[in-house]
Design a binder for this molecule. Structure first.
Ligand code: 3HC
Ligand code: NAI
Length: 702
């Protein structure tokens, strides 16, 4: 785990704890012993701390966070480095994150490889730095830079770190070890620099600075506690004595480490890492994906093409005629040009992205493509006609995917000559930005095709979640409940603005009505009319009226709210209020004065019930997959851990009782059996999910 060698008068301490050199109890102990050992070696006059493998130290071992902290504690290990008799030089490659950067800050010098990244991401785990990061950083960086790093959790590049004073030298990746040894050789005999703990902060801003930062960070945090606590730690790091500040930071860290928000964010951290590699597909061979075609260059097709190019895959984009092809070309160009304008891409990258796309109206261009993703109109006949052509021109092993939102992928696959290669790949809009990818196997999809879809998701750096076939798969099925519940609230006394405000206060980026106005009311209306055609009866009495009046949202300057043309500011609408009042009479729901919490309960608890139904029907592999769908597809607050984790934190038995009370007033459905069972066990049934997964693998293997 830790190796010490000596070259001349320089000791080289190499940490080796794959995969990411996380610092757990054993590593802390070895490091502390190494400091004492090296101090006792007279022949050693400088030390290089370097890491083996793909990265420097990715931080404290997150798997230990659910347990009581065990000595030696990281702050003490770092203090022993800082107070060592010999100068320590941290040689950083890959990532120096959290406790990893804090160890580097305990060293007397820091050198980084060009591609390295340095950061304090603790806030993203619901924490603050726990080993002096917020205190030492303000001794190296301006207050503004220290606040930005600690409260956003975003890492900086080696070049930025050199510019802002965080490190002393940047070197080529391949030269890191040599440069660090040379550097260590040069500091031998020089005075030991004062450890950061003993230095004064670089600056001490006035109250106005802290007030402005507080406002900005509170707005961004949307209910998450750690960013403001992190700001407080930087401020105390500057304003208190260093010993008091270190104690304050540690106390805050330990308090937050035991909080629900930290547990939720840890849950998401591990769920995100587990999602791309379902255990049941572990040993399944995947097909090579070297080229991908997209059919349809509209909103989704262009976004999917851009996502593929971002992953450096060559793309063929097919449209139905030359005019549509030209629009598709413009849609793709708009995406990359906007990335260029925002500084996300440079000129050369933008040019390279645009170059490897072949535009064609001729399906013959698909003769040697590995994967085709169809994103044409949401119409079964149109999609089937496209799949007929794909069947005719593609290789028999080409994987064929549909991006349908609501149609049945089985109905598309069943006509194929090779149905085993067909599946759903449901991207979210904008497809080059949104992380979520629902992967929907049909009854006939081969396991190898499914495994390849997960591998493609990894290439695209998406969060893949397997969904079963039902109306809306996982995400849009729950969204229908969100919207229906929001309307029930209107019909029983709440206003659109009250509902939106309550859901924002809960942590959503937007309320359900604002979101519909932004996206357009027509898309959901189209789905409802299709559902009615199938005999379903979706509940949307007010939305139906608005669409009939051509109140389609911001694009028609009228939706759930009124808008002045060209201005996105929403104004309460008297017309909408009149429709609500007219509809509420016929709905016959009792009128109530809702608090923000009541509003949230009326929307979120039925969503949880729908999530439980999805699990009951075996359409998601586990509660955590529903969490990922809600976080990455719909902006559910990450710090609540996603929909189903939130339910467990709140308490399933209480949720059942509230749902039953609301159902008695006809405000939602009764809790489903799966939820009732889970409430009895006080947890989602992972054993049942595991058993179902095993059955699923067996059925795929057949
Ligand atoms: N502790 C435990 N396991 C960790 C870990 C950590 N800090 N960081 C990563 N891992 C694990 C992952 O769970 C994953 O495990 P798996 O293979 O079994 O799924 C494996 O390491 C590889 O991780 P990634 O898939 O994320 O690998 P990448 O190469 O894509 O990314 C990384 C590498 C940028 C280092 C990324 O893993 C990362 O951001 N890690 C978390 C960093 C972090 O948040 N550190 C702060 C911890 S809190 C702290 O240090 C408190 C201190 O102030 C006291
Ligand atoms: P769109 O209307 O913007 O684009 C559809 C494109 O398909 C058009 O450019 C059209 O010319 C092209 N097309 C139609 N028939 C074709 C054919 N036979 N061959 C080649 N091209 C053809 O539609 P959008 O929004 O991009 O949706 C596409 C699909 O993605 C739909 O199935 C939709 O349900 C799904 N989807 C849409 C999302 C959204 O937010 N817009 C989100 C996720 C999925």
């Amino acid at each position: 785990m830790l190796n010490i060698e000596q070259e001349g008068h320089v000791a080289i301490v190499t940490l080796d704890n794959p995969p990411v050199n996380a610092i757990g109890q054993a590593m802390r102990q070895e490091l502390q012993q190494a400091v004492a050992f090296i101090d006792s070696q007279e022949s050693v006059q400088a030390v290089v701390l370097i890491a083996a493998g793909r990265t420097f130290i990715a931080g404290a071992d997150i798997t230990e966070f659910g347990k009581p902290p065990e000595p030696p504690h990281l702050p003490d290990v770092i203090a022993s480095i800082e107070q060592a008799d010999k100068p320590w030089v941290a040689a950083i490659h890959g990532s120096a994150l959290g406790g990893g950067l804090e160890i580097a800050l305990g060293c007397h010098y820091r050198i980084a490889a060009h591609s390295a990244r340095l950061g304090l991401p603790e806030v993203t785990l619901g924490l603050v730095p726990g080993a002096g990061g917020s205190v030492r950083l303000s001794r190296l960086l301006s207050a503004e830079n220290a606040v930005a790093m600690v409260t956003s959790g975003k890492p900086v590049t080696a070049t930025e770190a050199l510019e802002n004073g965080l490190i002393d030298l940047v070197t080529a990746d391949e030269d890191l070890r040599r440069t660090a040894l040379d550097f260590a050789g040069q500091i031998i005999g020089k005075a030991l620099p004062t450890g950061l703990r003993y230095r004064e902060p670089l600056e001490s801003p006035d109250t106005g600075f802290w007030e402005a930062q507080t406002q900005q960070i509170a707005r961004r945090a949307r209910g998450q506690v750690s960013p403001l606590r992190a700001l407080d730690c930087v401020r105390q790091g500057i304003e208190l004595s260093v010993e008091e500040a270190l104690a304050h930071e540690r106390k805050t860290f330990l308090e937050l480490r035991a909080s629900d928000q930290a547990a939720a964010l840890r849950h998401v951290f591990f769920a995100e890492r587990a999602a791309p590699r379902p255990p049941e597909l572990k040993d399944i061979a995947v097909r090579a994906v070297r080229s991908v075609a997209v059919i349809g260059g509209g909103t989704m097709g262009a976004g999917i093409a851009a996502a593929l190019r971002d992953a450096n895959l060559p793309v063929v984009l097919i449209e139905r005629d030359e005019a549509a092809l030209q629009r598709g070309r413009e849609n793709v160009a708009r995406i990359f040009n906007s990335a260029l304008k925002r500084g996300r891409l440079n000129e050369a990258q933008c040019k390279a992205r645009l170059e490897a796309i072949t535009y064609s109206v001729d399906y013959a261009a698909l003769a040697d493509i590995d994967v085709v993703i169809e994103a044409v109109f949401e119409d079964l006949d149109v999609k089937r006609a496209v799949f007929d052509q794909l069947d005719a021109v593609c290789r028999s092993d080409t994987i064929l995917a549909t991006n349908t939102s609501y149609l049945d992928p089985d109905a598309i696959a069943s006509r194929s000559r090779h149905p085993g290669r067909v599946l759903g790949l449901h991207f979210f809009s904008p497809a080059n930005v949104m992380k979520l990818l629902e992967i929907i196997p049909t009854q006939t999809t081969q396991t190898e095709v499914l495994a390849t879809a997960f591998a493609l998701a990894r290439t695209l750096r998406k969060i893949p979640v397997q969904a079963g076939i039902c109306d809306g798969f996982i995400g849009n099925r729950i969204l229908k409940v969100t919207r229906a519940q929001a309307e029930r609230l209107l019909l029983s006394g709440a206003t659109p603005a009250e509902v939106d405000r309550a859901m924002r206060a809960f942590g959503m980026p937007m309320g359900p009505f604002e979101a519909q106005d932004l996206g357009g009311l027509d898309i959901a209306a189209f789905q409802r009319s299709a559902a009615r055609g199938r005999g379903d009866s979706p509940f949307a009495p007010v939305a139906d009226k608005l669409v009939a009046m051509n109140r389609l949202g911001q694009k028609s300057s009228a939706g759930w709210y009124d808008y002045v043309p060209g201005d996105r500011t929403s104004q309460p609408s008297e017309t909408v209020a009149a429709i609500i009042s007219e509809q509420s009479t016929s709905a016959g729901l009792s009128v109530t004065n809702y608090s923000d919490l009541d509003i949230v309960d009326h929307i979120v608890l039925p969503m949880i019930n729908e999530g439980a139904r999805i699990l009951e029907e075996g359409l998601a592999s586990g509660a955590q997959d529903i969490d990922l769908v809600e976080i990455h597809g719909y902006g559910f607050p990450r710090w609540r851990g996603g929909l189903m984790h939130h339910a467990q934190t709140v308490g399933l038995a209480g949720i059942v009782a509230k749902l039953q009370a609301m159902a008695a007033l006809r405000m939602c459905d009764e809790p489903c059996t799966y939820l009732l069972d889970a409430a009895r066990d006080a947890a989602w049934d992972t054993a049942r999910d595991t058993a179902r997964d095993a059955a699923k693998v067996e059925s795929f293997a057949k």
